[in-house]
Design a protein around this ligand. Structure first.
Ligand code: CTP
Length: 398
């Protein structure tokens, strides 16, 4: 997703600097080139050798190395990148940035750059909430500096609250968003994916065979065209797409809440195989055999239809709502009726008869039904289906 992008990564001196090692690895996995810069304090937390080994690049550490100008000068270094990421961004470095100080390599590069800057703050909760830090952050936001995090939680110092550096996938998502390019740049697309699990008791649940492959491929294809994707996923068997904002849920009720909370969006694609029913009163403790041969009966209730609810919203309805329909016979007729019943704009019907091997498989054969009619695509990989759908969505939103 970040193929060929150049990122200048400034690592300041905070305990979260260890996460930046993983950040380097994950950015490179995405195809980015990472040029690392360490502050003096950062060297107390991570060694230049490990940073350099992971980045497969020289580590820049000292302003005066650069002013000798054997290699790249600081102006050039600060501008050769497509994006400057500061992770962790300490309160000290944020204060320098807000005040325009340039007294070491990191602060000088930040003053000299003409590229977007993304900060992932990391500090103790009191330091984060301190009025001077809040003032600096507000000033930097006004200056156009972008932020990801901080998250809330237990801190290395034992306190609890905001100040924890954003997790690596969140930072990657923010980087992808800043660097996004393509017809969906600036568009927000919501994707649901995977099955839902409906608990019977703490150890048993009702589920289905959805793997999440099609939804994940769709999210990737939408991001490749520049979209910001919120990915609401049930317990899928494939890993979620890197670069999306991932919201993991278990039940249909949780998926509904997550979807409504993620709106507004420009488009919403409902690829999840949501369980139609849930167990009315799931047991809090494991249901035991009592030895009498009594077999428990499960009372089921209908789950909310998330696609239908979002399609019928009067406020916050996405501009384009796309549903999926799993059919085994009369695919187009059933899916056309489903489109009308649910009120979505498009429905993507797939033939899931067992002999097709589509459910849980790598290929898909779909018919796209819109207000203008139905088009059946030849059988192809789920990745290709995703690319075709993403292109159509981009055309519809343009
Ligand atoms: N859907 C949803 N919420 C539900 C059920 C389904 O959002 N509670 C969405 C799915 O994500 C999918 C579409 O609605 O986009 C599928 O509708 P559904 O009525 O479940 O159709 P099928 O799975 O095809 O099943 P059936 O033919 O039994 O209606």
């Amino acid at each position: 997703m970040l193929h060929g992008k150049r990122i200048l990564l400034i690592i300041a001196g905070g305990i979260a600097a260890f996460k930046s090692l993983d950040l380097i690895r994950r950015l490179r996995e995405q195809g980015a080139h990472v040029t690392p810069v360490l502050t003096k304090a950062a060297e107390e937390f991570v060694t230049p050798l490990s940073v350099s080994a992971l980045a497969a690049e020289k580590v820049y550490r000292d302003l005066f190395d650069l002013t000798v100008e054997h290699e790249m000068g600081h102006i050039e270094l600060s501008r050769a990148a497509d994006l400057v990421v500061v992770a962790p961004a300490t309160s000290d470095l944020l204060a320098k940035m807000a005040g325009g100080l340039a007294n070491d390599l990191a602060s000088t590069l930040l003053m000299a750059t003409d590229k977007p800057v993304l900060c992932a703050p990391s500090m103790n909760v009191r330091m984060w909430l301190h009025p001077s830090n809040q003032r600096n952050v507000a000033r930097l936001r006004e200056d156009g500096i972008r932020f990801v995090g901080p998250g809330e939680g237990e801190m290395a110092c034992g306190e609890y609250g905001p100040g924890r550096m954003a997790e690596v996938p969140e930072i990657i998502a923010a980087v992808s968003e800043v660097l996004a390019d393509g017809p969906l740049k600036g568009k927000h697309v919501l994707v649901t994916s995977g099955p839902t699990h409906e608990p019977i008791d703490p150890v048993r649940y009702i589920a289905n065979r959805s793997s999440g492959t099609q939804g994940t491929a769709l999210a990737r294809a939408l991001m490749a065209l520049g979209a910001r994707v919120t990915f609401v996923t049930g317990p899928a068997s494939v890993p979620p797409p890197e670069g999306a904002e991932v919201i993991a849920v278990e039940t249909a009720d949780q998926m509904r809440a997550a979807v409504l909370a993620a709106l507004p969006s420009d488009a919403a694609v409902f690829a999840a195989a949501v369980a139609d029913w849930r167990v009315v009163s799931a047991s809090d403790s494991k249901i035991k055999k009592d030895g009498s041969g009594h077999i428990p009966a499960l009372e089921l209730a209908e789950n909310p239809d998330i696609l239908a609810e979002v399609s019928k919203l009067t406020e916050n309805r996405p501009g384009l709502v796309v549903g999926f329909a799993a059919e085994t016979n009369d695919v187009t007729a059933h899916a056309t009726a489903k489109r009308a019943r649910k009120g979505c704009d498009w429905i993507v019907a797939n033939d899931v008869s067992p002999e097709t091997g589509i459910m849980g498989g790598r290929e898909n054969a779909v018919t796209v039904i819109t207000g203008e009619g139905a088009e059946t695509l030849p059988r192809m990989s789920k990745t290709e289906v995703a690319e075709k759908l993403a292109t159509r969505i981009a055309e519809a939103l343009s």
